[in-house]
Structures are given as structure tokens and as C-alpha cells.
Design a protein around this ligand. Structure first.
Ligand code: GLU
Length: 406
């Protein structure tokens, strides 16, 4: 078979693959606990459903402007004003099929072959592959102190003549860490000094705990006119409104960049699906109580997961400040995260994502976006599988398990 070099260099999204694995095992009746997932279990807000159904019931579902319908741009502009105190024009906004497509068209718009994009480790699994798809070179930066947030100096050391952009994702998938304001301010300054794009992936920035406020990157910028700025803010309805399947994300940036992104998107997909765009308008303009209720549920789940993990000997856990992911270090039990993740799936039917996929060996990403029962039972099964002090037998439904792997 003759596939392109590019196709051969790209791997499948491990997070999406694990969703399929969990679903297939469940279909077979296996008692799977899915701690690998990246989507809230709650339903989409009613305002999203009403808006979407209203369009569908007309049967008149047609092309839209490639960069989004005016009503969605208006809703995104209002959202940006409320949460970032920045006034964007419609020309500063593009709506895409998920934040993923917005990032992809952005990379296509700014990268020439060999251009580099710098981002901290651990990173969301898709950044390196997306950068490669756009012909660029991913440059992950690991903190020397082993923490989840490198210093501004470490980021600066990774910059070179080919660097085009830095991506920051805070709160961070997979660590849940909310980068400090000093760090974000320092990176904004660095990008403005070096004339680099700074892509702020704010997908999780409404899902923050412990009374902290989301970081507004614009506060640190010296450039007040959006059209002179190389700061690009990305977001989506997927996580905060539990609307992953609608696939609506967006970017705010200078109009020259947004126009280039819109041109690329118009050639690639003609723009996001009309019913999804109307659903996003409903979510953004409608009653907002679902966001706070999700945030509270996640904070509670986070507390339970962290407490139970901390009670396991040898597991090092950093309390996530946001998202719905926790990224504990299991290297005291097993250094190879893929091996460990496979063992947990095979032996106790718990789905986890190996740390290696996020650039950090020895860790596993555990999601707490499911029901509380999944969180408690998932951690209990992991503890049983790994902790030498746990009893040697356990029941999974009516199936008796005997631990014979350590
Ligand atoms: N962003 C989520 C995750 O990391 C959803 C899957 C994906 O698009 O990667 O699990």
C-alpha cells in the first residue's frame, strides 16, 4: 500500500481510541470502569437542544459562512467580552468543528516546513501530531524540577530561529494544573518580545476549583488592539457545556490570521455543521447554571479521587486545580505507563491513559468526569491490582479475581 510519509508518521488519537475500547468492552458485557474518558457525563443544556431542534424541524439545513454564522460569532463576542473584557469584531472570530479544528487550521495558517511550536510537558496528546500534520516540528519542554509547569526561562531556552508559536493549555490536560499567573504573564511577555504567536488553549478554563478565577491572558498583554496582537485564544462548548459530540470550538485572533484560517477551513470542510452552530448559540446565550453545577460536581469528584490516591502507598499525586483529569505518578509500581495501563485494563477492567502519550512516563491520566461510583470503584480496583497490602482475591461482579501478577 502506498501511503504518504505524513500519514505513516501520524499515530491514532489514544484518547479517542480508548473511548472505543471502553465502549466495545461494555457492549460485550464487561464491567468496565472508564477513567480514560475526556467528556462530562451530563446532558447538553436545554437551550442548546431547543435551538438545534428548531433548525432541524425546518428541514432547511444548508451551508453557512465557512467561519461561522453571525449569531454564533455574536455569542462568542459576548462571551469574550464577559470573560476576557476584550471587544472582538466578527472578523476576529472563527468557529470551527471543535477546538481541534480551530487549532489545526491555525497551525496550517502559521507554519512553514520546519517551523517549530513550543509547549510544556505534560501536553495534550494531539498537539505533537497536529503540529506534524501542518508540517511543523513539535518542541515539548519538560520542567527540570519534575513538576507540571516549566519556568519561563526553560520555555525561553527552547526557542530558536524556527520557533513560530507557543501553546499553553491551562488548566492543563492531563495534569489538571492551573499555570500560575506569573508564568502566563512571563510567556505573554516573551512572545511579545520575540514576535511569536501565543496560542492559549482555554478549553477547561471555566472548570477551575478552590475558588480560583480563570486566568485572562489579555491582562498581561501590552498590545491592546486585537488586530496587532499575536495572542490567539481558543475555546469550545465541548467540556464546559458537556457538548463534545456537537464539535464546536472557536478562535479569537487578529483579523489577518482569522481570514487565513477561514480560507483554509472553507477549502477543507466549508465550516462546522449548521445544527451544531445553532446549538452552541443556545448554550452560550442560554441559562448558565449547568456550567457551575458541572464545576461543583467535578470539584467533589476531584476531592474524592485525590484523597483515595493519596492513601495509596507510593503513589505521588498533585491535586488538580481544574479540568477533570488527575495525573498521578505510579512509577513506584511500574515505570512503563503503557504496560501499567494495559495491566489495569486486562486484569481489573479499568481504562486509563498512559502518561507516555502526554510526554511523561510513569504517570497515568485518570478522569474524574464520570459518576462518583466510577471514581471510587475505579481507584479501589487500581489499589487492589497494585497495592501489596490488599487482599489477594476480589470480586468483579460475580467473577472472582485472584491476583497472580505480582
Ligand atoms: N480532549 C479529550 C481528551 O483528552 C477528548 C478526546 C480528544 O479529543 O483527545 O480525552
Amino acid at each position: 500500500m502506498s501511503l504518504s510519509q505524513l500519514a505513516r508518521s501520524i499515530c491514532e488519537s489514544p484518547t479517542l481510541k480508548l473511548n472505543e475500547t471502553a465502549a466495545l468492552l461494555r457492549e460485550k458485557g464487561e464491567p468496565v470502569i472508564h477513567l480514560g474518558g475526556g467528556e462530562p457525563k451530563s446532558k447538553a443544556p436545554i437551550d442548546a437542544i431547543v435551538n438545534c431542534s428548531a433548525l432541524l424541524s425546518t428541514g432547511d439545513v444548508k451551508y453557512t459562512p465557512a467561519d461561522g454564522i453571525p449569531a454564533l460569532k455574536k455569542a462568542i463576542i459576548r462571551y469574550t467580552e464577559e470573560h476576557y473584557q476584550r471587544l472582538a469584531a466578527p472578523e476576529n472570530v472563527i468557529a470551527s468543528s471543535g477546538a481541534k479544528q480551530a487549532i489545526m487550521v491555525l497551525l496550517h495558517a502559521i507554519l512553514d516546513p520546519k517551523d517549530e511550536v513550543v509547549f510544556p510537558v505534560p501536553f495534550w496528546v494531539s498537539y505533537p501530531e497536529m503540529i506534524k500534520l501542518a508540517g511543523g516540528v513539535p518542541v515539548p519542554v519538560t520542567a527540570r524540577d519534575g513538576s507540571f509547569q516549566p519556568t519561563v526561562e526553560e520555555i525561553a531556552e527552547a526557542l530558536g530561529p524556527y520557533t513560530k508559536a507557543i501553546i499553553l493549555n491551562s488548566p492543563n490536560n492531563p495534569s489538571g494544573v492551573v499555570y500560575s499567573e506569573e508564568f502566563v504573564a512571563g510567556v505573554v511577555e516573551l512572545c511579545e518580545q520575540r514576535n511569536l504567536y501565543l496560542v492559549m488553549d482555554d478549553t477547561y478554563n471555566r472548570l477551575i476549583f478552590d475558588g480560583r478565577a480563570p486566568t485572562n491572558c489579555y491582562r498581561f498583554s501590552k498590545v491592546h488592539n486585537l488586530d496587532s496582537s499575536k495572542l490567539v485564544v481558543m475555546n469550545c462548548v465541548s467540556k464546559m457545556y458537556a457538548m463534545t459530540g456537537f464539535r464546536i470550538g472557536w478562535a479569537i485572533g487578529n483579523r489577518e490570521l482569522i481570514r487565513a484560517m477561514a480560507n483554509i477551513q472553507s477549502q477543507e470542510t466549508s465550516g462546522p455543521a449548521a445544527p451544531s452552530q445553532w446549538a452552541a448559540v443556545g448554550a452560550l446565550n442560554g441559562v448558565q447554571s449547568s456550567v457551575e453545577s458541572l464545576r461543583l460536581t467535578l470539584e467533589n469528584n476531584r476531592n474524592v479521587m485525590v484523597n483515595r490516591l493519596a492513601a495509596m502507598d507510593g503513589v505521588k499525586v498533585t491535586k488538580p486545580g481544574g479540568t477533570f483529569y488527575c495525573f498521578p505518578d505510579f512509577s513506584a509500581y511500574e515505570k512503563d505507563s503503557q504496560k501499567l495501563s494495559r495491566l489495569l485494563l486486562e486484569k481489573v477492567r479499568v481504562v486509563t491513559v498512559p502518561g507516555r502519550d502526554f510526554g511523561m512516563e510513569g504517570h497515568l491520566r485518570l478522569s474524574f468526569c464520570g459518576a462518583m461510583r466510577e471514581v471510587t470503584e475505579g481507584i479501589e480496583r487500581i489499589r487492589w491490582a497494585l497495592d501489596p497490602s490488599a487482599p489477594n482475591e476480589m470480586f468483579l461482579g460475580d467473577r472472582k479475581l485472584v491476583r497472580d501478577w505480582r
